[in-house]
Write a protein that binds this ligand. Structure first.
Ligand code: UDP
Ligand code: MG
Length: 324
């Protein structure tokens, strides 16, 4: 097959096994004899990940490396990868082999037979604690209702045709949510189920904080329903306060205090709801702020590829996403 397949891999502190992961993935690519390039995005690793990427790039002309100036998060690393990929198709996968490369053959087959988005759904989510699974499942169900985008068991393990990549490059939101964006663009979709393998080494790089930020952002980026929902809730409470006003009037006439106390209770509840509303509106305002202040989504401090491997990469230094 003379098409070029780019494999975009976000890498964060995976120095101990990144070389092994790449050689395992390469094995599967060679088996199906497809032209390929690796686009490895070092998301501000603190270990020797970048050194390992440079070594690989020196030895293999099919390895491109991009290094962020700090940790910007997996979502932005995926976006940087899709901006740098030259392939006719781009395969996105994790660096810890949890997206098993044995599925690449099937994915490429689906792509060759006309699918423009080949998305992997987790059949079995590997080693996740029951609590973690319960929390994520509930969150995903809620998000699906809010946004109409499939989250449950969805993954970033996907192959996108160049057409889709070009469409995604047009989406310049500051807080990208890759999985949501690549569903939003449409195109001809095929999905397949895969079993999540155990991590090769190291541990998951997600902190609870990063996960919750991603969770909130996935809703805020894809839906304005929370705003509308709060309108409805505040309308209900406005009516309640009207009723409580009637109670106050009656209490005044009858000289009894109990209804007034209830009113205080209601008013306090209303105040609580209002604060909640303001919190949600605040989230949107933060989002608008981030979009409006127009900062680059990420900053690239170094790049290596077959053409400049091993050289001082000062030429490429400090490229922002806007300059790409
Ligand atoms: N990753 C990243 N930046 C981060 C966290 C993770 O680029 O801030 C990469 C990581 O190196 C891996 C992929 O994203 O290739 C998935 O991360 P991890 O395995 O830690 O997450 P999990 O499998 O638990 O979802
Ligand atoms: Mg993992």
């Amino acid at each position: 097959m003379d098409k070029l397949l780019s494999i975009v891999i976000p890498v964060f502190n995976e120095g101990e096994h990144i070389k092994n992961s790449i050689s395992v993935i390469r094995g599967f690519l060679e088996e199906i004899e497809i032209n390929h390039e690796f686009v490895l995005v070092d998301d501000g690793s603190k270990d020797d990940t970048w050194m390992k990427i440079c070594e690989m790039s020196e030895n293999d002309k099919d390895v491109k490396g991009i290094r962020f100036s700090r940790n910007f998060g997996k979502e932005k690393a995926l976006i940087a990868g899709l901006n740098e990929a030259d392939g006719d198709g781009v395969l996105f996968m994790d660096s810890d082999l949890q997206h098993p490369p044995r599925y690449i053959k099937e994915m490429v087959k689906l792509w060759e037979s006309g699918a423009e988005v080949v998305e992997g759904f987790k059949e079995d989510r590997g080693n996740e604690s029951l609590v973690y699974r319960f929390v994520t499942n509930s969150f995903y169900r809620f998000s699906e209702k809010m946004t109409g985008i499939k989250f449950l068991n969805a993954s970033d393990f996907r192959l996108l045709d160049r057409k889709v990549i070009l469409a995604l490059r047009e989406m310049t939101e500051n807080e990208p949510f890759f999985r949501g964006m690549s569903q939003w663009v449409g195109f001809k979709k095929e999905s397949f189920g895969f079993k999540v393998d155990d991590r090769t080494e190291g541990r998951s790089k997600w902190s609870m904080k990063a996960l919750s930020r991603l969770a909130v952002n996935s809703i805020i980026s894809n839906s304005d329903k929370p705003l509308k929902f709060n309108f409805a809730v505040s309308a209900i409470f406005a009516m309640l306060s009207l009723v409580s006003f009637v109670f106050v009037v009656i209490a005044l006439v009858k000289n009894t205090v109990t209804p007034a106390l209830i009113c205080v209770l209601i008013l306090l509840t209303v105040a609580a709801i209002l604060f909640f509303n303001m919190g949600i509106i605040g989230l949107y305002i933060t989002k608008i702020f981030n979009e409006v202040n127009g900062r680059p989504r990420y900053i690239i401090s170094d790049k290596v590829s077959a053409n400049n491997a091993g050289k001082d990469t000062a030429k490429n230094s400090v490229k922002t996403s806007e300059e790409q």
